[in-house]
Design a protein around this ligand. Sequence first.
Ligand SMILES: Cc1cc2nc3c(=O)[nH]c(=O)nc-3n(C[C@H](O)[C@H](O)[C@H](O)COP(=O)(O)O)c2cc1C
Length: 362
Amino acid sequence: MPTRQSLLARLGLRHPVVLAPMAGEPATPGLVAAVSSAGGLGSLGAAYLTPERIGEACAAIRAGTNGTFAVNLFAPPPEPLPAADPAMLQAYRDTLCNLHEQAGLADPPPAETPEPPCFYDQLEAALAGGAPVMSFTFGLPDASVMERLKAAGVFTIATATTVAEARAAEAAGFDAVTAQGFEAGGHRGGFTGPRAEGDLVGTLALVPQVVDAVDIPVIAAGGIGDGRGVAAALVLGAEAAALGTAFLRAAECPLNEASKAALEKAADDATTLTSAFSGRQARGLRNAVTETYAEADAAGRIPPYPVPNGLTKPLRTHAARMGNASWNSVWSGQAASLARAEPAAAIVERVAAEAARLLGRG
Ligand SMILES: Cc1cc2nc3c(=O)[nH]c(=O)nc-3n(C[C@H](O)[C@H](O)[C@H](O)COP(=O)(O)O)c2cc1C
């Protein structure tokens, strides 16, 4: 049987390090280009960007690096999302009004939340922008999208939180899969089964089982904070490790200072899974908002994504402006304390060199 090309060879990477896609403040061309120039795979978390901004970001990344980069989007759900139950929505809003008051925000939450950008327009913008790699979370795009990506010669990466999801990604024609363990910061990428977002398999258990189940390259993600984690991921059979939280304090990451300071102080048990901010389960630092909604969250009484995401935006913006991370969604994995405030290239080189040394390849 012919052996397939390694992920690193196919993507022209010097290091088995991926800047995990992170939508929101970290999604800037400077951070992506710095990681790609350092020989890793920079990923732009473009899900919240308009098509125009995606086009501009791709142009800025290409101006900043000759390295390979990825654009990441939220795959649209196969069925339309359910409308929020009116009583649940009202209770959620009432609590949010109290939080506004406590945070000293005079305006109430918005009456309506804006429609998220259209996935298909975002996709076309990324293709027109020359993205050589595209990755997806929250599901698998449909067959027509896969055909479009193949025809454009784009390398595709899916996100899986279980073996079943990784198998589905391979069957759908993906070129690689990111195995996202429950330690991971940010939103859970899960999309199958009745508890899609609640399948909490840890990275150490998930990666080797996914490696055994699929023939496409596997990228490990979740709680990997330094070269020891990267080495472990490679030993488990992954061909690269995706680090998110480890880059949040990077010099090029424009995350607000209050969140960076909170991450600097975060202990191993400082995070929680919460749907309070967006309506989808995500891991972030425990704070006033996650604690206030904890009971409703446990009871399944948070309206579904994306309504809360729109409703909490003014509070999150206010928190960043006030320099108070208690009211913000500070997405973080369980290894935040391993993150260093260094230039992104130094992070890539440090973790790659440490992994190579530990594996006897340095
Ligand atoms: C701030 C933040 C935003 C994220 N946004 C996205 C996203 O837009 N798309 C995505 O596929 N994953 C997203 N994730 C998940 C990461 O891609 C990755 O799975 C995770 O960061 C890995 O765990 P770690 O943070 O412990 O390194 C996000 C994670 C963080 C911390």
